[in-house]
Design a protein around this ligand. Structure first.
Ligand SMILES: [Zn+2]
Ligand SMILES: [Zn+2]
Length: 423
């Protein structure tokens, strides 16, 4: 390769931007391969210069699609006990839910495990493949925005942990074997994570539509105080009052619309749903005609009594503690912001980041129920059915995720700014 173009590839200068989490204006920095730029005030990662971003995501994405096809071609899991056995394919986790009338759960699983991941991988491959060729720029913008929007809703890795927990739950009762498709699914998960992590969002937008131009930035000023708005999709800076981002076409808001009231309303809904999610059975085991429904807590107690302490602890933390702590943490953050309490913003931001990070892992129990219901279907001996709490519980997890997304962490920092101005 020509030495000059090598030089060009080895550094990358991201645009001046506003930190997504605290709104501080951050000047452009030149990054060598492997380097990361982060916000000096809150530490949020702004941009990474990853190696070979034009080809790696395509290769990983292609391999992920092959693994997905393989994970649907063979047996996923099988079990045998007392001379009888049963096999399950990956899709049976979803079709069983639909057959039992749980259309909402079937849709959630289809979207988070199949639909959205494949759309994500397909969009990355299409965008990078057409990067220098003529694809309609509005189509490119829509695909690029889609990538940013669906990323939090991919739950393939959570499902994989669900499979491992179901395995441990069944181990005492039957002889469980993982089929070829299970291993292909492990490959699909790993390759999907590699596809996502091998592409930097800021780099992509700059590569597609060029840098947004140099700007004079005041040190220690926020975008709002400087009359600017940072785009939450591509990071470009625009003047306050512009409605859509000139680079990616995304809607611009200085602060998320709806303010705290949207977050309050969503949190209240999840608190209400949390009640049936814990009162009703999440799973119903019919053994020799004997019906024994179990609630989330009942399942934990049973696992504990059987001596499966680590699994009981994982389910208890993921299904009981995490949703409750997450709802309480968000309620507390909303309350503090509403009261105008501006002390220790970094501590509050860390709490907020934690709620965003742990949210989707609470789906584990819903996935475990789907796997057990798909696998244990021995008509006369033993059958597992999903219970009504599974729907309510999935609702709690999804709604708290939306609540966390609708909370604007920049409001925490606005209070500090306000206090500093009053001093
Ligand atoms: Zn920041
Ligand atoms: Zn933008």
């Amino acid at each position: 390769m020509h030495p000059v173009s090598n030089q060009h590839l080895s550094t990358y200068t991201h645009d001046a931007t506003a930190c997504e989490e605290c709104d501080l204006l951050v000047p452009a920095t030149a990054l060598a391969v492997g380097e990361t730029s982060s916000c000096p005030r809150c530490g949020h990662t702004l941009s990474r210069h990853l190696p070979d971003q034009e080809r790696r995501p395509i290769a990983y994405g292609f391999a992920a699609i092959i693994m997905f096809v393989l994970s649907n071609s063979f047996t996923f899991m099988s079990f045998s006990a007392k001379g009888i056995g049963q096999e399950m394919t990956f899709l049976q986790c979803i079709t069983t839910l639909v057959d039992q009338g749980y259309l909402f759960l079937g849709a959630v699983l289809s979207l988070t495990l199949i639909g959205l991941p494949l759309v994500y991988v397909g969009s990355i491959m299409l965008v990078l493949w057409r990067v220098d060729k003529d694809l309609h720029s509005n189509a490119l913008r829509s695909l690029g925005r889609l990538l940013c929007r669906i990323k939090p809703w991919l739950m393939v890795d959570v499902f994989l942990i669900g499979v491992l927990i179901s395995l441990v739950k069944l181990m005492g009762m039957a002889d469980i074997k993982m089929g070829l498709s299970f291993w292909a699914f492990v490959g699909y998960t790993v390759l999907l994570i590699k596809t996502i992590s091998s592409l930097d969002r800021m780099w992509l937008w700059q590569r597609l539509f060029g840098p947004t131009g140099a700007r004079e930035l005041d040190a220690d000023a926020t975008a709002m105080a400087s009359g600017l708005v940072g785009c939450h999709i591509c990071g470009a800076l625009s003047e306050v009052g512009e409605h859509s981002c000139p680079r990616c076409g995304g809607k611009l808001h200085s602060r998320k619309p709806g303010g705290l009231s949207r977050t309050w309303a969503l949190l209240l809904t999840s608190v209400i749903l949390y009640v049936p999610a814990n009162l009703y059975p999440i799973m119903d085991t019919v053994f020799l005609g004997d019906d024994s429904p179990s609630t989330i807590l009942g399942g934990v107690v049973l696992l504990w009594a059987l001596g499966s302490y680590p699994i009981a602890a994982v389910i208890f933390i993921a299904s009981v503690v995490v949703p409750l702590v997450k709802i309480m943490a968000l309620l507390w953050l909303c309350y503090m912001v509403q009261r105008g309490h501006g002390a220790s913003p970094l501590g509050k931001l860390k709490l907020y980041r934690m709620t965003e990070f742990v949210g989707r892992w609470s789906m584990i129990d819903v996935f475990v129920v789907a796997i057990l219901a798909g696998l244990i279907r021995l008509d006369n001996l033993m059958t597992i059915y999903p219970g009504p709490a599974a729907v309510a519980f999935a609702g709690v997890v999804l709604i708290t995720m939306v609540a966390a997304m609708s909370f604007d962490s920049r409001l925490i920092w606005d209070l500090q700014q306000g206090e500093r101005e009053r001093e």
